[in-house]
Design a protein around this ligand. Structure first.
Ligand code: HEM
Length: 288
């Protein structure tokens, strides 16, 4: 395996340790900060190394488990595929890769400029919104922070609007991508956009109407939908890939459809179990 993929696995192990620690002592600061940091490392890669190479790195993370126990002889399972010159992954030790990864690399490594631009804008603005949403929850618009909170809130809403719009346009092409699940992928991404953007709209409208209690509740849900759409999606895909490798598009479809609503459900679980005074202060999970 390439050293950088192994280093990423190491980071994931540390992160899993922080999750266990968070569950034990109800302190999520380390888990949240490492999650934001790893998200930035993955997503900045698209701008630093280019889309083709960033996707090849991303796919290599999934190669180990997706190939585990698969015989190199005979027919490949439906959710595995090969790619020209084995270029879709930096893990040269594997000849087959998750089929969604092969399609993903093919779509963007040499794809049309408009498609590549949409991905850049999607990643840049949704990553920005992801970070800013944490800042907003950590620093509520009380006292002297009111005007900064209002400005950052507008920037966050603008960023998620642009990022989600690009995602919807990209997903509109998926009906012909069978490795993603075809039309079910397109519809699933539309529902994901509905969950994320619906929470963003409710967060904004409750702020505008001055209902600060409801605004905080929706902010938690919005953050949950973003964690779902980004991290839960990718972690679920890691686990489900090897379990559903005989169904074309199976694992990725489960992630596309369930990650955002599951993220909201987990955020709700988390919010309703926090002591009331913590919710009143509106502190971020990153600061607990
Ligand atoms: C509104 C919810 C979201 C939807 C509907 C969505 C949808 C999509 C779509 C359709 C693609 C392109 C796949 C392709 O066309 O081949 C994609 C890729 C990507 N999205 Fe999103 N996305 C959402 C949220 C997010 C968030 C919150 C982030 C960042 C924090 C993010 C970061 C990425 C990245 C980095 C990629 C490239 C693939 C990867 O490296 O994982 N997305 N997304």
């Amino acid at each position: 395996m390439p050293v950088e993929t192994l280093l990423f696995y190491g980071a994931l192990v540390v992160w899993a340790g922080l999750l266990a620690y968070g569950l034990k002592v109800s302190n999520w600061r380390g888990f949240s900060l490492v999650g934001i940091g790893l998200m930035l490392v993955l997503n900045l890669g698209y701008f630093v190394r280019g889309q083709g190479d960033a996707i090849a790195f991303f796919v290599s993370i999934y190669d180990l488990l997706d190939n585990a126990g698969v015989s190199s002889q005979g027919e490949l399972p439906a959710a595995l595929a090969t790619c020209p010159d084995n270029a879709c992954s930096i893990a040269d030790n594997y000849d087959s890769h998750p089929a969604w990864g092969v399609a993903f690399h093919e779509r963007f490594a040499n794809g049309p400029t408009l498609r590549r631009s949409l991905l850049f804008v999607h990643i840049a603005f949704n990553s920005l919104a992801f970070v800013l949403a944490h800042v907003q929850l950590a620093k509520p618009g009380t006292g002297t922070n009111a005007s900064r909170h209002r400005i950052l809130g507008r920037v966050t809403f603008g960023a998620v609007t642009l990022g989600t719009l690009c995602a919807v346009l990209l997903a509109g092409e998926h009906s012909s991508v069978s490795a993603y699940g075809g039309v079910w992928s397109m519809l699933g991404f539309f529902t994901m956009a509905f969950f994320v953007y619906g929470c963003a709209i409710k967060t904004a409208t409750t702020a505008r109407s001055g209902d600060i209690g409801a605004h905080r509740v929706w902010m938690f849900r919005f953050l949950g939908s973003m964690w779902g759409a980004f991290w839960l999606f990718r972690v679920m895909l890691f686990v489900l890939g090897p379990l559903m490798r005989n169904i074309e598009g199976g694992a990725i479809l489960v992630c596309i459809w369930l990650s955002a609503p599951l993220g909201i459900a987990i955020a709700e679980w988390f919010r309703t179990r926090r002591p009331a005074h913590e919710n009143e202060r509106g502190r971020s999970p990153a600061l607990i």
